[in-house]
Ligand binder design. Structure first.
Ligand code: NDP
Length: 508
């Protein structure tokens, strides 16, 4: 382990001698050495979490909110330390690491503040037929939520599940990516300082097998964020025990640029959306569809801005390295496939892919069935495609198996186009803005997964609905009894006819 990051005081250390290293993607140096937790260790952690869940769910919403707010306070005061660990393990620039942490903290605060309002017991109408009943609904915690996270946003992404699951009253066992275990431990350690009584939030480390073990360890729900391929494995493992899952998987997000768009803003957003975090963003921009009338102007503005951007090992770089070395091969393959099929690299190209860094790459005239258009590249590359009109743009944007985020730049038709894109989230005249609005749900459709984190939906995701019908007085019409007679049946028919009998037949 690194000197900065100690195992949380409220959980046991590793159970075996086996360890793995997390490495700096910039230098290849060892950042920390971590235990590979076995299936037995993970099972024991989940068993402890079940006890902790009884304690945690026994607190009131306000008591939990108080602790979560205190946790957010600790993390905020140490944000520089957190950002430094993120920087060491992912290579991303310090300022990007700080931005990521700050946005995650906003989610912790929102979940803490809003859990009672969203999940607490509320009255609902019991209707005329059941007028003697008082009807209430509330959202109860599931118990223990397992969270498996990726490395690309090792704070922001898993926090979308962790904070919302905790605010809803669940205990959490978190398995961070093997590339970012130090970040995971830091989150668990700071939480343990604020809630020392019980292991409400534990962290287990290891490789993929540790994640697979978490799926089978008796959790009540598994929240997975990572690639679509691993998401399928997680779902299959959870199916063995009918454990419900949230799958936040990959994306192939498109930007649509209409003829009346602010082209400078669209080019700026495209560049940042495609290249921030060196393109390793699930909701990163990977494709752009531009109206024929403004295509040339947009492309030249994009290239003007992109030429100044370089990924490099320097303290004030705006673009860091590719965190996972094997991704370099995927990025190269996508660029080469685009060129082989007749596409052109107007910036970057095969030579942009280095040993650790990839330079911004803009591809044009790339056929829609190529890898660079259909598959997640996860690098600082973008295809820019001319479309005859915005119907064509919508059709092409919807032409992949993914459906995570999207962006529209348009003046007159922004909302209309946004509604027509099959994706879980859309930003209009901005990029990735929806992720930073805690009250908006976050998640995808198709191969981007299902279920939602963030917002009221994200809180409800980690609960089950509990409905209670309480009799207030004896019914005028006793329906749920064998003493029900023909008179009661007639009265019921009259009431139902009065309520619903006027619906007219639809004209063909
Ligand atoms: P992976 O799918 O490789 O890994 C995700 C997590 O799953 C890691 O913790 C990994 O552990 C673990 N894991 C690996 N194998 C198994 C298994 N058999 N059972 C259970 N868990 C397992 O994704 P990456 O970490 O490479 O993250 C990048 C991907 O995440 C991209 O596709 C990106 O689009 C997606 N993503 C989606 C987001 C969203 O909200 N929709 C947000 C951020 C990223 P280990 O690292 O130890 O192998």
């Amino acid at each position: 382990m690194t000197a900065d990051v100690q195992a949380p005081s409220n959980q046991a250390a590793g159970d075996s001698q086996e360890t793995f290293d997390s490495l700096s993607p910039v230098t290849g140096d060892v950042v920390g050495t971590w235990p590979v937790h076995s299936a037995a260790f993970v099972e024991a952690a989940v068993a402890r979490a079940h006890d902790a869940a009884t304690f945690w769910s026994g607190l009131s919403f306000d008591e939990r909110a108080e602790r979560l707010t205190a946790w957010a306070g600790v993390m905020t005061r140490r944000i520089a330390q957190l950002a430094d660990i993120v920087h060491q393990e992912t290579g991303k620039p310090h300022s990007d690491a700080t931005l990521e942490a700050a946005l995650a903290l906003d989610h912790v605060a929102w979940a803490a503040k809003n859990a009672r309002k969203v999940l607490g017991r509320r009255k609902v109408s019991s209707g005329l037929v059941m007028a003697n009943q008082a009807a209430t609904v509330e959202y109860r915690p599931l118990g223990v939520v397992g969270v498996i996270g990726p490395w690309n946003y090792p704070v922001f992404t898993p926090m979308g599940s962790i904070a919302y699951a905790l605010a809803a009253g669940n205990a959490v066992v978190f398995k961070p990516s093997e590339l970012t275990p130090g970040v995971g431990y830091w989150l668990g350690a700071t939480f343990g300082e604020v809630v020392p009584e019980q292991p409400v939030f534990q962290v287990v480390t290891g490789l993929g097998e540790t994640g697979a073990a978490l799926c089978r360890a008796g959790v009540d729900k598994l929240a997975f964020t990572g690639s679509t391929a691993t998401g399928k494995k997680v779902m299959a493992a959870c199916a063995e025990t009918l454990t419900p899952v949230v799958i936040e998987a990959g994306g192939k997000d498109a930007v649509l640029v209409d003829q009346d768009a602010d082209l400078d803003a669209a080019a700026d957003a495209t560049l940042w959306g495609a290249c921030s975090n060196a393109g390793q963003t699930c909701i990163g921009v990977e494709r752009v569809y531009v109206h024929d009338r403004v295509y040339d102007d947009f492309l030249s503005r994009l290239l003007d801005k992109a030429r100044d951007l370089r990924a490099e090992d320097s303290p004030d770089t705006k673009m860091g390295p590719i965190t996972m070395p094997s991704q370099l091969g995927v990025i190269s393959a996508h660029i080469q496939d685009a060129l082989d099929r007749g596409g052109k690299a107007v910036l970057g190209g095969p030579g942009a892919v280095g040993v650790r860094f990839v330079q911004p790459t803009v591809l044009v005239d790339v056929p829609e069935d190529s890898l660079a258009v259909q598959e997640e590249t996860f690098g600082p590359t973008v295809t820019v495609t001319r479309v005859k009109d915005m119907d064509d743009a919508v059709e092409k944007a919807n032409g992949t198996r993914y459906g995570l985020g999207s962006t529209v730049f348009a003046r007159a038709r922004g909302m209309e186009l946004a509604e027509r894109i099959r994706s879980g989230m859309t930003a209009v005249n901005g990029v990735i803005t929806f992720a930073a609005i805690p009250s908006l749900p976050f998640g995808g459709v198709g191969d981007s997964g299902f279920g939602r984190i963030h917002g009221p939906d994200g809180l409800k995701e980690f609960t089950y609905a509990k409905a209670i019908a309480r009799q207030r007085f004896k019914p005028m019409l006793a329906l749920t009894t064998f003493t029900r007679n023909a008179k009661a049946d007639n009265q019921l028919t009259q009431i139902v006819t009065m309520l619903h009998g006027r619906g007219t037949t639809l004209k063909k």
